[in-house]
Design a binder for this molecule. Structure first.
Ligand code: COA
Length: 160
């Protein structure tokens, strides 16, 4: 039986930490869909299509990965995509409480969709999209945290 998993997030922008988690998940499941959430409440820095394009480009080497955007509930998106697994990355103990809450809420709404946690690589445990945006906005070097394509997009965005 083929298993399709979804790795959701805002990816504003995608970091090497996200790529690490996605790469591990791509090896575990037959199909991996990266679900780029609109997340209007977070007032994203990059628009939805740009975030989606960047994720697609940095993960283009994985033949079983595709990228989709979604605007509603994650569980509805999972059903629509025939996905039975949600993948979430865990960086540190501090992620755990929130992640278990999300997993339980999603399970209440859709018991057939299981959440699987992937441990992020230790060198990325302190990386987050907002920290990357802040370093870039202040003229710092983000090359250790993001793909060169994302680094260029941040520079371009900060020039405006
Ligand atoms: N490497 C680097 N950064 C990581 C990471 C990793 N492995 N894992 C998480 N992060 C970062 C993210 O970049 C993000 O950083 P930021 O807050 O500085 O921008 C932060 O950790 C939080 O990430 P995450 O928890 O994945 O939040 P998100 O906003 O990216 O995604 C959704 C959350 C989209 C999965 C969730 O809001 C959702 O499901 N939305 C749909 C609506 C819905 O169904 N709501 C009900 C849910 S019960």
């Amino acid at each position: 039986m083929d298993i399709t998993a979804i790795y959701p997030g805002t990816f504003d922008p995608v970091t090497l930490g996200h790529i690490d988690v996605a790469g591990r998940a791509a090896k575990m499941f037959d199909q991996l869909i990266i679900g780029v959430a609109a997340s209007p409440g977070k007032q994203p820095h990059f628009d939805l299509n740009h975030r989606c394009d960047m994720v697609g480009e940095v993960l283009s080497e994985f033949s079983n990965v595709r990228v989709e955007t979604f605007t509603g509930l994650l569980v509805d998106f999972a059903k629509q995509q025939n996905a039975s697994v949600i993948v979430r990355g865990l960086r540190a103990v501090s992620d755990f409480e929130y992640e278990v809450q999300l997993a339980n809420l999603n399970r209440q709404m859709e018991p057939d969709v299981e959440t699987v946690f992937v441990a992020a690589a230790s060198q990325y445990t302190f990386v987050s999209s907002s920290i990357v945006r802040e370093i870039a906005a202040l003229g710092g070097d983000v090359s250790k945290f993001v793909d060169p394509l994302v680094e260029s997009a941040l520079k371009e965005r900060n020039r405006k």
